[in-house]
Design a protein around this ligand. Structure first.
Ligand code: GLN
Ligand code: ZN
Length: 791
């Protein structure tokens, strides 16, 4: 690597061991990208300003990495929206509806694919995107879904049976040149052709996008040739599909793709990059591909380091040692204990060290966290700190541990304090976890018996109506919250404000005739953060943003220690709301699995154990709500499915402990207390056993867009408990007509018995406007009445 124009101020020498970055956060330390995008979308700034913002962010990223001692610096890891979308655009896979003219792809076309055209900026209903888009106006966006098991969402490539590919965007080449002009010899990053096709979907039935590989490869080869021609020595090609269960078709596709690339561009070195797991059964495939280098995730699959013997001698190995998915500081001495013998065997020239995956999934710089408790802060590392750790490892491996003694000592100290700190280890929590027994996981009676007493208690009409919890979080509500946070609104004034919002909402629900009311969740900033802030064991950052999708970033809570609940969290709000009405007021909680899956989770105990601790804390809350008189308690598990491991063989173990946590938090109540749960859009077929085992009295799910087909799984399983299939698509501003909802309910009745069915929207209403919610819910209540009259 050339370092002739190095402006490095670092004293770290990495002369003989390469330190690689696989990708760096693109959003900017102060969310510069978000603000540039939103200002462009709103029309406040022009295209030139946006493009300049991109140039500035990339330059800053390259400079930062260089300064931190990274010797293999990536390019084309930047994106205005998403790297998979960039790849679709690169290869000209632009569905017809976007009316692309075949020339250079404009930003307008690009953002139409990302967000739909003519619509307003879309929103995620949960703030934790996992849904579609607001597509009521103009052209809809491409579908969006989770990137492997991360909370990052990519735009799903949409291909047709006779898809043509051409080089439509030269972004990888342009960004390589841009870096070169600034003095950086970079390693461009591409989403690999096989992973790209595997992530793609097609509207044409019965066709496998992988069959398009031979049409796609020429475009990749064109890009690679040109990169080589312009001086790139290496290119990083990401094939994270190598950590999935791959069938023979996908295995063959990999062989074919890399053989073609090797023969077409023999002079270029490919770093084939795998992450988010071990190669497992794909190991032979990965090792036999004709590439110059292979990157392994040794955080998720540390055992792979003991198994390097079979790697061909001519392969450079990139060892992913630093966790790119979590925010913990590494125990550098322990890592060196593992690295030193491996490198002694392989030889320094054959090795690079790297984060386990792109650092896209962690916040940028811990130094910005000036409010964070110093002890907790000493245990953390964000992207900047992780690159520093890598540089330290690199120097220790090249020049000996002595060369970085101070850094290693600091790392040792942090590791020791984390092992022993009373902030993390709470003997009371340990005792409680040890005391968990079988009866705690079971309701006293089976569902049929509970249902009988619950019917007597609540005396609800057939097809009872309710909502999922939140009502519109208007600008007014958000302003009040931030005024309160700033100190501009006193505690009392803020509380009064929230009470008024709640009271209005309760009265309104009563007036339109809903059967089971909610308080509206106005006091909650976010369904996970609200609970994290009240539980011991969680910390929050001020700038710890990570990209969820596009310009939507989240600041996941940091679960650092044993979890307990110092005092009730929701009881007062529930009591206030119930005091306003005689109708049942459903209490609202977020479940343990969802809290876990949307947080950065400690890595010193298994996830299952952290989840069990949260479950016990929620169990306490459930008990307090019941004691205060709550007859219905909803425990949302929106992210249950999101936690499924990448490999099917690991699903059952996850589902077992996830279901166990739900049962533990929900089973401590009397028969007459009705437990509800809610899940957003998901396939239920392959997890219906787990849903059944959760044994909630009522589950509400998102079904309106699937035309109730998601209920097939419940029907086939003979799911006995009650179900509220969503009849109102809350992702769209459109107000559903009564007839549409009765139509959907008719479909539901073909699959469920009448006594099972509840009527509710798909999800919470927080992203909607009151003007939309009012008529929609009034129609929903009318639909219920029609149904009762008919039944
Ligand atoms: N109770 C939550 C709400 O209504 C549930 C949100 C969700 O499922 N993501 O907002
Ligand atoms: Zn939902």
């Amino acid at each position: 690597m050339s370092s002739s124009k190095a402006t490095s101020t670092s004293t770290i020498s990495t002369s003989s061991l390469r330190v690689a970055s696989l990708g760096t956060p693109r959003i900017g330390p102060r969310r510069e990208l978000k603000f540039a995008l939103e200002s462009f979308w709103s029309g406040a700034t022009d295209e030139k300003a946006l493009i300049e913002a991109g140039v500035g962010l990339r330059a800053a990223n390259w400079a930062r990495q260089k300064k931190l001692g990274v010797t293999v610096i990536p390019s084309n890891d930047f994106s205005f929206y998403d790297q998979v979308l960039d790849t679709s655009v690169m290869v000209g896979a632009i569905p017809e509806i976007y009316r692309w003219n075949g020339g250079p792809v404009s930003l307008a076309t690009y953002f139409a694919m990302a967000r739909g055209a003519q619509g307003k900026p879309h929103e995620a209903s949960c703030g934790h995107a996992s849904h579609g888009h607001d597509d009521a106006h103009g052209v809809p966006a491409l579908e969006m879904t989770k990137w492997f098991d991360t909370n990052y969402h990519y735009m799903v490539p949409e291909l047709t049976k006779d898809q043509k590919f051409i080089l439509a965007s030269r972004k990888p080449i342009e960004e390589y040149e841009e870096a070169k002009a600034l003095g950086y010899q970079t390693r461009p990053v591409l989403v690999g052709p096989v992973t790209f096709l595997k992530l793609a979907k097609s509207k044409d039935a019965g066709f496998n996008p992988l069959s398009l590989l031979d049409r796609l490869l020429p475009v990749y080869i064109e890009v690679l040739r040109e990169l080589a021609y312009r001086g790139a020595e290496w290119v990083q090609i990401d094939e994270p599909c190598l950590v999935l269960d791959l069938d023979i078709v996908a295995q063959q596709a990999l062989h074919y793709a890399y053989a073609e690339i090797a023969s077409a561009v023999p002079q270029l070195k490919i770093m084939l990059t795998t992450y988010f797991g071990g190669l497992g059964a794909n190991r032979d495939t990965a090792l036999s591909l004709p590439v110059a280098g292979l990157h392994l995730d040794l955080v998720r699959a540390p055992e792979q380091i003991d198994d390097l013997a079979g790697v061909p001698d001519n392969r450079v190995l990139s060892l992913g040692m630093i966790d790119g998915r979590n925010i913990w500081r590494a125990d550098l001495s322990r890592l060196l204990d593992r690295l030193e013998p491996a490198i002694a065997k392989l030889g320094k020239h054959r090795v690079q060290i790297a984060p386990s995956c792109s650092l896209l999934h962690v916040p940028i710089d811990l130094a910005l966290e000036t409010e964070l408790d110093p002890e907790i802060k000493s245990w953390l590392a964000f992207s900047v700190q992780k690159l520093e750790e890598l540089a330290t490892l690199g120097t220790a491996l090249a020049d000996g541990r002595r060369a970085v003694e101070a850094n290693l000592k600091a790392s040792d100290r942090a590791a020791t304090s984390r092992k022993a700190s009373p902030r993390i280890h709470d003997a009371k929590v340990a005792a409680r976890v040890a005391g968990v027994n079988e009866p705690m996981r079971f309701r006293s009676s089976i569902f049929a018996e509970r249902a009988t007493v619950q019917r007597e208690r609540f005396n609800l009409p057939a097809f009872p109506t309710t909502t999922i919890g939140s009502f519109p979080q208007t600008a007014d509500v958000r302003n009040a919250r931030s005024a309160h946070a700033r100190g501009a609104l006193t505690d009392e004034a803020y509380k009064l404000y929230l009470q008024n919002q709640t009271a209005r909402t309760v009265r309104w629900q009563e007036n339109i005739g809903l059967d089971v009311l909610v308080h509206g969740e106005f006091e909650r900033n976010d369904m996970v953060q609200y609970f994290g802030e009240q539980l011991a064991g969680f910390a929050f950052t001020a700038h710890g943003w990570v990209q969820s999708y596009g310009s939507r970033y989240v600041r996941p809570p940091v679960l650092f220690g044993d979890v307990s609940r110092p005092k009730p969290m929701t009881v007062e709000w529930w009591q206030y709301a119930q005091s306003l009405t005689k109708k049942p007021m459903k209490a609202m909680l977020t479940g343990p699995v969802t809290i876990l899956n949307w947080s950065f989770v400690r890595d010193d105990i298994p996830r299952s154990e952290a989840c069990r601790q949260i479950a016990l804390a929620i169990r306490d809350e459930v008990a307090d709500l019941e004691a205060a008189g709550a007859g219905m308690i909803q425990i949302d598990e929106a992210a249950l499915r999101e936690g499924l491991p990448l490999r099917k063989s690991e699903w059952q173990a996850y589902l077992d402990w996830a279901v166990d946590a739900f049962r533990l938090c929900s089973s401590g109540v009397r028969d007459e207390t009705q437990i509800h749960t809610h899940m957003c859009y998901s396939e239920f077929n392959d997890i219906i056993g787990a849903i059944g085992a959760m044994d909630a009295d009522v589950i509400s799910i998102e079904t309106s867009r699937s035309k109730m087909e998601l209920l097939d799984a419940f029907r086939d399983y003979r799911y006995p408990n009650e179900i509220g299939p969503g009849v109102y698509d809350i992702h769209s501003p459109r107000v559903p007509e009564i007839g549409e909802m009765t139509g959907l309910l008719k479909l539901a009745r073909q699959r469920l018995s009448d006594t099972q069915i509840w009527i509710n929207p798909d999800c919470g209403l927080k992203t909607r406007k009151w003007e939309e919610v009012r008529p929609a819910l009034a129609n929903m209540v009318a639909a219920a009445r029609e149904l009762r009259a008919m039944a």
